[in-house]
Design a protein around this ligand. Structure first.
Ligand SMILES: [Zn+2]
Length: 435
């Protein structure tokens, strides 16, 4: 009678939980894999292990009920300013960078890309004081100017924009530097754009352009039709000076030409660079942004921009389907920075996730000009998972009730808990290496 023993053994094996964490009952939106359906998500060893219609609760050590919510890849903010402590205060009116953990994880953002706050003279300091210490995953677009954003006067200094030196530093930090940034230039010449593209060509990386002051000597059309390469990014795409509509309110055809060339259009909302008068007709006439990003800093955070979910909610209320809004806040951004281990929920991907709620009611949103747009939907974040650890939990969904927990002392910390205690950034694996 050997069969029953074998069966017993098999039963014992299957009863052993093989997954660390199971998000059960949610609606998964994973645009890369073209999934928008009820799915359970299982996580093991900090990675996505399985996404399936019904994964048995017994197979996981920790099960979290996320019924009625949307489970999406951890959000990626392609344009942020996180060089907290930097001397530079050039962002428009003297606004400052913010330490990423202070705003990102709580709204489902697990990865931010710092857009040029540092340059080659202060990148190492930025890396040491912020990038290596943050629990949020931070990548950098290195400013082509040596000092990053040291203030307006410093950002006009062409003598500090050295393409070869910027490229060399980027190639020495392939795990962190994902491209270059050019910003805030007021001159009539193309020099900063050309230096940025040159750095990008040497290092084989994209460049993100904030066009600075728009001037007739260097038309915006030339930037996106001639100067930028496929894969380069224009940020602030709904900024008022961008030529967007003809006199009849129709989108200008060159925009589609530029997109066809492979130039990418990023929102980069910020404090001054997003207008409903540009964005609403663009979305309605078939020119959505490639990526939805915040340009978060101490100013935009408290004005019309607010946070990644607020910017995403604006597009939701303009009529963009939620699946599209998620695509432009996850996989599209991951592709631009060439990080194929994040931004999606394939088996083996890094287990970065946000669990979102769509609130229905009367809401309103404000643009950079100060104009309001009414809406009926708003995204809120319930739970954030980074590399398989719960790093934000709005309603204690992962927690036991206080009166069932027994004595508090000696409980230790749950293995899945990334929300308590001091520095635990070491528990997040290093960003994936560039391919
Ligand atoms: Zn910016």
């Amino acid at each position: 009678m050997r069969l029953p023993i074998l069966l017993l053994y098999a039963t014992a094996l299957s009863a052993q939980p093989s997954y660390d964490l199971l998000l059960k009952g949610g609606h998964v939106i994973d645009p890369k894999n073209k999934i928008s359906a009820p799915r359970d998500v299982a996580i093991r060893g900090g990675l996505i292990a399985e996404v399936a219609p019904n994964i048995a609760a017994a197979r996981a050590r920790k099960v979290v009920n996320v019924a009625g919510l949307y489970v999406v890849p951890g959000l990626i903010d392609l344009h942020a300013h996180v060089f907290a402590g930097s001397e530079g205060r050039s962002l428009a009116g003297g606004e400052a960078s913010i330490f990423p953990d202070a705003f990102a994880l709580r709204v489902g953002v697990t990865t931010v890309v710092d857009a040029g706050s540092s340059g080659r003279s202060n990148f190492e300091y930025f890396k040491r004081t912020v990038i290596d210490r943050a629990r949020t995953r931070v990548f950098a677009l290195l400013n082509v100017g040596a000092a990053g954003m040291p203030g307006d006067a410093g950002e006009q200094r062409l003598d500090l924009m050295d393409a070869k030196a910027a490229a060399a530093l980027a190639m020495a930090h392939p795990e962190t530097i994902v491209g270059f940034k050019v910003a805030h230039y007021r001159g009539a010449d193309w020099t900063p754009v050309e230096r940025g593209v040159e750095a990008g060509t040497i290092a084989n990386l994209p460049v993100m352009i904030d066009f600075g002051q728009f001037r007739p000597e260097r038309p915006f059309q030339d930037l996106v039709l001639k100067k930028l390469r496929p894969g380069d990014i224009y940020t602030h795409c709904f900024y008022a000076p961008v030529p967007m509509l003809d006199a009849a309110g129709k989108l200008l055809p060159y925009l589609f030409e530029a997109r066809k060339r492979g130039v990418l259009f990023d929102v980069g909302h910020g404090g001054a660079a997003f207008e409903f008068r540009q964005a609403v007709p663009a979305v309605q006439q078939g020119f959505p942004p490639d990526t939805i990003s915040t340009d978060v800093h101490s100013g935009s955070l408290n004005s019309g921009m607010k946070d990644q979910l607020n910017v995403m909610s604006k597009f939701l209320n303009m009529g963009m389907p939620l699946d599209d809004v998620v695509l432009r806040s996850t996989w599209n951004a991951a592709r631009i920075i060439r990080r194929d281990q994040i931004g999606h929920l394939s088996s083996g991907a890094i287990a970065d996730l946000a669990v979102l709620r769509v609130e229905k009611g009367q809401f309103a949103f404000v643009d950079s000009y100060g104009a309001r747009m009414d809406g009926t939907q708003r995204l809120a974040n319930e739970l954030t998972v980074a590399s398989g650890l719960v790093v934000y939990d709005l309603n204690g969904r992962t927690r036991e009730s206080w009166d069932k927990l027994g004595k508090y002392e000696g409980l230790g910390e749950p293995w899945w808990d990334g929300t308590r205690g001091g520095s635990r950034s070491a528990r997040l694996p290093a960003p994936p290496a560039r391919k």
